[in-house]
Write a protein that binds this ligand. Structure first.
Ligand SMILES: [Zn+2]
Length: 198
C-alpha cells in the first residue's frame, strides 16, 4: 500500500507503530456549532436541521475515534463526525432498505470489524460530496447500527455475541478502525459519478 497525501497508509500490524505515531486517536470534545459546520455531503440548510445526540455533553470523548449517532427524530438517518488533519469532517448517512442478513458480511462492521448478530450491523449509504452526491451517487458500507465502533474496539460496549476479537490488541483494533474510517471518508469525498460499496 502506498503512502497517501494524507500521510502514511495503514498496511496492517507491521507498520502500526509508524502509522499510529502520525495520528492522535482521541477526539476532542466538540459543540453543536462545530458539528453542524462540519458536514461535507449535505446542504447547509440540512446541516442546520440535523438532530444532534441528546446526550452530547456526556459523550465519552476520550474513548471516541469519531462521533457517531442515529438521528433521534428520524431513525433511517445516521451521522458520523471525525477529526482529520485537525479539521472536523461530518458525513450524513441513510439506512439502506436493502437487507442482506443471510450474507456473512452483513454481520461484521466494515469500519471496526466487530461481529454482530441480527440487526447489530446495518447497511448505510452516504451521498458523495459535490455535484456527484446531488445527482444521487452514494457510497454504501456496513457499520455497527448504533455507530458506536469506538466503544466496541475498546471493549467498553459488548455485542450480544460477546467479545469476538482476534488476537489484535486494543491499539491495533483502534488503528484498523481509523484506517477503515479514513478509507470510507476518502470514498465519500471523491466527486465521481458512480455509486459504490466501500
Ligand atoms: Zn463498527
Amino acid at each position: 500500500m502506498a503512502d497517501t497525501a494524507a500521510g502514511l497508509a495503514y498496511a496492517g500490524p507491521e507498520n502500526i507503530t509508524a502509522y499510529a505515531s502520525e495520528r492522535s486517536w482521541i477526539m476532542n470534545p466538540v459543540g453543536e456549532k462545530e458539528i453542524r459546520g462540519s458536514f461535507v455531503n449535505c446542504s447547509k440548510g440540512e446541516a442546520r436541521r440535523i438532530n444532534l445526540p441528546r446526550d452530547l455533553p456526556e459523550f465519552p470523548w476520550a474513548d471516541l475515534d469519531f462521533l457517531g449517532w442515529r438521528d433521534p427524530g428520524a431513525l433511517d438517518r445516521g451521522y458520523l463526525v471525525a477529526e482529520r488533519g485537525g479539521e472536523l469532517v461530518g458525513v450524513t448517512l441513510r439506512l439502506s432498505p436493502e437487507v442482506r442478513r443471510s450474507f456473512t458480511k452483513s454481520t461484521v462492521c466494515s469500519i471496526c470489524v466487530t461481529a454482530h448478530s441480527g440487526t447489530g450491523v446495518a447497511l448505510f449509504t452516504a451521498p458523495r460530496v459535490g455535484a456527484s452526491g446531488r445527482q444521487g451517487n452514494t457510497v454504501g458500507t456496513y457499520i455497527c447500527a448504533d455507530l458506536a465502533c469506538s466503544l466496541y474496539v475498546r471493549g467498553k460496549k459488548k455485542t450480544d455475541l460477546g467479545m469476538q476479537f482476534e488476537t489484535l490488541t486494543a491499539e491495533e483494533r483502534i488503528v484498523r478502525t481509523v484506517a477503515n474510517l479514513e478509507a470510507f471518508l476518502d470514498k465519500v469525498a471523491e466527486d465521481t459519478l458512480s455509486s459504490t460499496m466501500a
